[in-house]
Each structure stands twice: as C-alpha cells, then as structure tokens.
Design a protein around this ligand. Structure first.
Ligand code: AMP
Length: 422
C-alpha cells in the first residue's frame, strides 16, 4: 500500500496528540469565557439544504458560487456541507419563536470549503463563532468585539490587530454600489478577470480582492462611508466611541467589506502578523438575514481555530506534551489471575482510578515493557502465588520499589490516584 492511502483527503487533517491537547485547552478556555458573557452553545448539523446557504450568504458570494461542497442525496435534494456556521444557526433560531430573536449562542466545529489548499487555507477547518440576536445597537457590536479579544488573549495570543468598517444599511447599498462603480469604471481594464466579473455582478466584492493589481486600484478609491447616509456614519462613530471606552484599539479600514451579503453596519476583521498571506484570525459584523418570512438581526463573528493554533504554536514552540496522569497497569500471569484481574480493573475504574489491564497474555517481561511504553506509574502483578495468598505485587514505576499488598491495602494505596486523575 502506498503511503497516500493513509493520508486524509487533501486540505483536511487528522488531529492527534500532542497537538489535540492544545485544541482541548483552547476549547475549555473558550467555553469558560463565553459563559462569562452569557452565551449558550448550539450544535447544528454539518449538512443543510443548499438553499439555507444560498439565501443567507447571497447567491453572488465566492463561498456560494465556488466553495461549497454540494451534492444531491438519494432523494434528489441538494444538500451542502456547511461552509460557515451562521446560516444554520439562523435557520434554527428563525424557527424558534420570539426568543430566537434575542438569543445569545455560540458554536464550535468543522466547516468545509472547496478552496485551493495552501498555508492557512484548508478544506476542512474549524471555527468558533458567536451570535447575539437583536436590532442594531452599537453597544452590542462593541461587546462582540470585546468578547473576541478576551477569547484571543485568554488563549494566550498577543499582538492581534482589529480592522473596523461599516457596510451601512441596506438602503445605503444602492448609492454605495453606484458610487463604487463610477469610481472604478475608468480602471476596469486594470482589474483581474475575476474582478471584472465581480465588478458587473457585485461591485463590493472587488474591494475584497486579493489580486495585487486590483488592490492598488482599490487603494485609490474614496472610502465607502462617503457614499452612505449620515446616520450610518454616526453608527460607526458610536461603535468606535464605545470601543474607546473599553480601551480597545482598532484601525478603521474604509475598504473592508467582508465577503457576505448579509452584513449591515459594523464589520471587522482581526489579523495577526505571524500568519503571512492568510492573516485573518477572525471576522464578523452585524447582519440582517431574511429567512422564511422572518428578519433575523444580530451581530456575530467566526474565528478560525487552525490559525489561532498556528500562532499559539509559533509563539510557544512545539505543542507541550501533556503532563501524564497516573496510570495503573495490571499484569496477569496465568489464566485464573487474568480472570480475577478482569474484575479488579472494573473495580478500580468504578472507583475513578485510571487503569489498563494487559490483555496480551504474553510473558511478564513483555507485559512490563508495554506498561513502560504506556507511561504506567504503578504496576499490579498477579500470578499463581499471589492468587493463592490473596495478595498483589505492587510496583512503583517511579522509584522501582515493589511490595506485596492485600486487597484492602491495595485499594487504600491507590485511593489518592482518584483525586489526581479527576
Ligand atoms: P470568514 O467568515 O470566511 O472570514 O471566516 C472566518 C475565519 O475563519 C477567518 O478569519 C479564518 O480565520 C477562518 N477561515 C476561513 N476560511 C478558512 C480556510 N479555508 N481554512 C482555514 N481557516 C479559514
């Protein structure tokens, strides 16, 4: 068999120790902080009807046009592996009645996009996201940004930068698009092929382009706020004032629009210099999503966890090996000792002691080697002699000392391990 057979699909990864323990601690920290802010977890399916994403994200967005893993199921329905978390959450909340319109929820899990894999861009990646439903309110937007920064510093990240802008209201959109089209018109031939298509279909998307030629044209455009109503500009100023109050530093980037159609008012992106070309750690903003005759309003963000881990590992060096917990390894010599040890291992586990029974039936030497490899801290050995006397040989792997104990003494000796492993 070639080694490729052991690899996951391109752009997807197996997460294994020791790195996976770093993920677990980031997740635990995230749950703690989200709880401080009053967010409840929501777990929606990985698969949704394709239209859930088309409706929420917008038909002309890159995600919907090029990046979704969609397929027909056996009943001929078009289904899609979720490329992001908000649409599924909104589908759920829209169906939930009035309390859905003021929910505060977070999600954590894999997302799927069929992009060209490269550093920082995967086909299966993980996002932590949160949504706070409610009508436009600069304080809610500022709180969402504060939450993300507390998460990032809680994970141990320093040096994050926040870029902030506004998309204005849906009513502003006509004049923003017209203004941008007029300003871009003389430069259309300088744009890349993809951006020329975007110019026609959804001009805002041109501002998002990563193409160097397009970016230099975009840099010369007037800020999008200059095409918006004074109210929309005031909303952004109010968000900035509140962030200032919370001592949160942001940089207003007048060309930041974010790639999805549902955004209104505040949008942001949090970047980190250690990441290279794909430098966004987290993105979010305020949205208004029409679903099944309901209008879902709120503010939210999605954070890329692979990128968080990349920065963490770069700053901390290799993932630290987890501190091994206590492990009791049970060695049996002979069939009747093995049978009794089957009961012993169950007894110990019911008492909360972490233990393994060697199932191999191999020689004493081989079983001791396995105990060593597994990182056992204590080994219990039972053979014919011990069976007759009703005792156990108990060997400490830390100092090599071995003692013969009766059952009651054994349980007493192991009792403290329960606390260590809790
Ligand atoms: P988006 O809503 O597309 O801006 O995604 C939010 C965050 O998810 C980004 O800031 C990235 O950190 C992360 N992200 C998005 N796409 C990918 C990808 N293909 N691979 C890894 N992380 C991603």
């Amino acid at each position: 068999m070639s080694s490729a057979e052991f690899q996951p699909i391109q752009g997807m990864s197996d997460l294994v120790p020791p790195e996976v323990t770093r993920w677990q601690s980031v997740e635990a920290q995230a749950r703690h902080i989200l709880d401080l802010y009053g967010f409840d977890e929501i777990r929606t399916p990985l698969l949704e009807r394709t239209e859930v994403f088309q409706r929420s994200l917008g038909d002309t967005t890159d995600v919907v046009q090029k990046e979704m893993y969609s397929f027909e199921d056996r009943g001929g329905r078009s289904l899609t592996l979720r490329p992001e978390g908000t649409a599924g959450v909104m589908r759920h909340l829209a169906g939930r009645g009035p309390d859905g319109q003021e929910a505060r929820v977070f999600y954590w899990g894999p997302m799927f996009r069929s992009e060209r894999p490269q550093a920082g861009r995967k086909r299966q990646f993980h996002q932590l996201g949160a949504e706070a439903l409610g009508p436009p309110n600069p304080a809610a937007d500022a709180e969402m940004l504060a939450l993300q920064l507390q998460l990032l510093t809680g994970f141990g990240l320093t040096g994050c930068q926040v870029q902030l802008n506004t998309r204005g209201t849906f009513e502003d959109r006509g004049s923003v698009e017209q203004g941008l089209r007029d300003a871009l018109q003389p430069h259309v031939s300088e744009l890349g092929a993809d951006d020329q298509r975007r110019f026609k279909e959804n001009v805002l998307r041109v501002l998002d382009s990563k193409e160097p030629a397009t970016r230099s044209v975009v840099a010369s455009l007037p800020p999008v706020t200059s095409f918006m109503s004074p109210d929309s500009r005031r909303y952004l100023e109010e968000v900035e004032r509140m962030l200032n109050l919370l001592s949160i530093d942001v940089q207003v980037n007048p060309r930041l629009v974010r790639g999805l159609d549902y955004y209104v008012h505040t949008v942001w992106e949090i970047t980190h210099d250690a990441l290279g070309a794909q430098d966004a750690l987290s993105g979010g903003g305020r949205y208004q999503i029409e679903l099944g005759g309901k209008t879902m309003e709120g503010v939210g963000f999605a954070m890329g966890l692979e990128r968080v881990l990349t920065v963490l590992l770069q700053e901390e060096g290799e993932a630290a090996k987890p501190i091994p917990g206590n492990l009791v390894w049970i060695v049996s010599l002979g069939e009747s000792a093995f049978r009794e040890n089957l009961i012993l291992v169950q007894t110990l586990r019911l008492r909360g002691i972490r233990c393994r029974l060697d199932l191999s039936g191999r020689s004493m030497k081989a079983q001791m080697r396995a105990a060593n490899r597994a990182g056992a801290t204590t080994v219990i050995i039972r053979g014919e002699q011990e069976m007759e006397k009703g005792t156990f040989q108990v060997k400490s792997m830390e100092d090599g000392k071995q003692e013969e104990l009766a059952m009651a003494e054994l349980l007493q000796r192991l009792a403290p391990l329960h606390v260590h492993n809790a």
